[in-house]
Design a protein around this ligand. Structure first.
Ligand code: AMP
Length: 115
């Protein structure tokens, strides 16, 4: 838990969020400013600033985050149409919340390359 981290506060249920998935290591909730019909944020409950801070000690957690994202996509019915998992790391990628997270986006056609 990091003081003043909005996602830590969501993980601790100190601020509200529309939670769509939870287990002992992970929590997922709807993005407050959705960029697609489905836009879910998937986070480790443990505070990690950014994806580049993951190391070999975190392979289990990293795998669980991806598998949970797949389950959410399945649950939301966006697997057949297609979906995107996005992880923004640091300034140039547009990371705004420094608690690592996967965006799960779907429900509309997406462009490539990303902006
Ligand atoms: P990023 O730019 O990758 O750091 O993405 C941060 C995301 O978190 C943005 O899509 C925000 O809309 C979203 N976000 C920020 N605060 C909240 C919140 N309290 N509840 C849900 N989503 C949030």
């Amino acid at each position: 838990m990091k003081e003043d981290c909005v996602f830590c506060k969501i993980a601790k249920k100190e601020i509200p969020a529309a939670i769509v998935y939870e287990d002992k290591d992970i929590i997922a909730f709807n993005d407050i400013k959705p960029q697609a019909p489905v836009h879910v944020i998937v986070i480790p409950k443990r505070h990690i600033d950014r994806v580049s801070d993951l190391s070999n000690e975190n392979t289990g957690l990293a795998g669980k985050l991806i598998i949970a994202s797949n389950s959410i996509a399945r649950e939301k019915g966006i697997v057949d149409g297609g979906y995107r998992m996005t992880i923004n790391c640091n300034r140039d990628a547009g990371q705004e919340v420094f608690h690592m997270h996967i965006h799960v986006l779907g429900g509309r056609k997406m462009g490539w390359p990303p902006g």
